[in-house]
Design a protein around this ligand. Structure first.
Ligand SMILES: C=C(O[C@@H]1C=C(C(=O)O)C=C[C@H]1O)C(=O)O
Length: 432
């Protein structure tokens, strides 16, 4: 089906949505579908989706706005009975978008049949169906009581499936060559910063699915957004944009250092990162681009005063939080469209960095470094940048990605080492 048909069909569908509170304390990930997991979790809270009622697929330069328009039409027709009223209740779609306009990868919004969620100590279940007048019998939509009955049993914990990764089309030496070429262009004044990534590729042989891998990501990286959407799985520390009842927030990351072995050396690395001119300059470009692109849509936008060091189990990042109020009624997807791709994953200036990435990286990023998250019926939602992630294809091919911001004093061998740190979450979650 063409993208226009798809969007048009989605726009004319009428969804019936009902969210009820449930008394549930079990973790959510063990209830995810191992083969087609839909997950958005951080610190044990979030949403897990099962089944698929509507799928909106888009491609090309207008992939985000086409999806946003189809979503607005779909949401406008939906009949929503939300008895909980928290972020993630009512009508939701999980989404993942390709990084580049030219990508072969499709971008998707998926509306599940069932959503299980938890937030602020409250749990809920949402059922979504196409117009029940034709879809169900005379007993009408399910009532609150059978919400519990139909929840899948949590699966017992399993070991993670093992995937042996090897460099993809770009071997490590070629990555270093690309970094050196990027530095040359930066020194020649062609651009200020460009983010270059490389891939690791493996095969998922076992039919155990992805649930154990996602669970491992959530256990090892509880402070990140752990996501699974249409085979894209990962644990991202970077919030692209969140919209919640008129408030807008984002977390910009750029600048990375390894963790130290002991407490003293670890502290030293964090302090050195916070004082590093190279990293502060790289970070400033990313913050500037996010602020510039969000500002037209916000009535107020504050940035945390100085970049702070964000500690993750595998590395340190320089981080800045943005917080503001929405000024123009934009949906979270409208803001995704405004900010993607940020300088944290593309570069500065963007119009020079994007073709340089396409030329120097030598592969299609697919949905890596693209927006991943969810949107609700009011347009609110949470979107991360798909980092520390892999795309798992239907044939079992697993492609993991990691990249680094290259600036004028970047050293190729150091950047290669940084990709190794950034691959760690996904490599370990596949038993490496
Ligand atoms: C590009 C990636 O990460 C981005 C690049 C960073 C850097 O170069 O310091 C830091 C965080 C992310 O914004 C990645 O993880 O693949």
């Amino acid at each position: 089906m063409s993208q226009t048909d798809d969007a048009a069909q989605a726009a004319s569908a009428r969804l019936v949505v009902r969210t009820v509170a449930v008394d549930e304390t079990e973790p959510l990930i063990p209830r995810a579908d191992p083969r087609h997991p839909l997950v958005w979790m951080r610190r044990g809270e979030g949403i897990v989706g099962l089944g698929e009622v509507v799928r909106i697929e888009t491609t090309g330069a207008t992939r985000v706005e086409d999806a946003a328009a189809a979503w607005t039409s779909l949401a406008a027709l939906a009949e929503i009975d939300d008895r909980v009223g928290l972020p993630g209740t009512g009508l939701v779609a999980f989404g993942a978008f390709a990084f580049a306009d030219e990508s072969e990868a499709t971008s998707v919004l998926i509306v599940p049949e069932l959503v299980m969620g938890r937030r602020d100590g409250r749990a809920w279940v949402t059922r979504i169906s196409l117009d029940p007048v034709e879809e169900t019998d005379a007993s009408g939509p399910a009532d609150a009581d059978d919400a519990d009955v139909l929840l899948p049993e949590p699966a017992p914990k399993r070991r993670v499936p093992r995937v042996a990764f090897t460099p993809g089309s770009v071997p490590p030496e070629a990555y270093e060559t690309a970094v050196a070429e990027a530095v040359r262009r930066i020194d020649a004044g062609e651009l200020e910063k460009v983010v270059l990534a490389r891939q690791l590729v493996g095969e998922l042989h076992e039919d155990a699915g992805l649930r154990a891998t996602i669970n491992r990501l959530a256990e090892d990286y509880p402070d990140t957004w752990v996501f699974a959407v249409d085979g894209l799985i990962g644990a991202s520390p970077e919030t692209l944009v969140r919209v919640d009842h008129g408030t807008v927030s984002a977390r910009v990351l750029a600048g990375t250092a390894s963790r130290g072995a002991g407490e003293a050396s670890d502290r030293e690395r964090a302090l050195a990162l916070a004082a590093s001119e190279k990293d502060l300059a790289e970070h400033a470009l990313a913050v500037e681009s996010a602020v510039k692109r969000l500002a037209p849509h916000t009535a107020r936008l504050d940035t945390s005063p100085e970049p702070f060091t964000l500690q993750l189990p595998n590395l340190w990042h320089l981080a800045t939080d943005l917080k503001g109020t929405l000024g123009d009624g934009s949906s979270s997807l409208d803001l995704v469209r405004a900010v993607h791709p940020t300088a944290a994953v593309a570069g500065t200036p963007r119009r020079i960095a994007l073709p340089a990435i396409a030329e120097l990286e030598g592969f299609d990023r697919g949905r890596y470094a693209g927006p991943v998250g969810w949107i609700d019926g009011d347009g609110d939602g949470e979107w991360a940048i798909a980092l520390r992630c892999a795309q798992v294809d239907a044939d079992g091919t697993v492609t993991a990605y990691a990249g680094c911001g290259i600036v004028h004093d970047s050293v190729p061998a150091d950047e290669l080492a940084e990709t190794v740190m950034k691959f760690r979450p996904i490599v370990e979650a596949f038993g490496g």
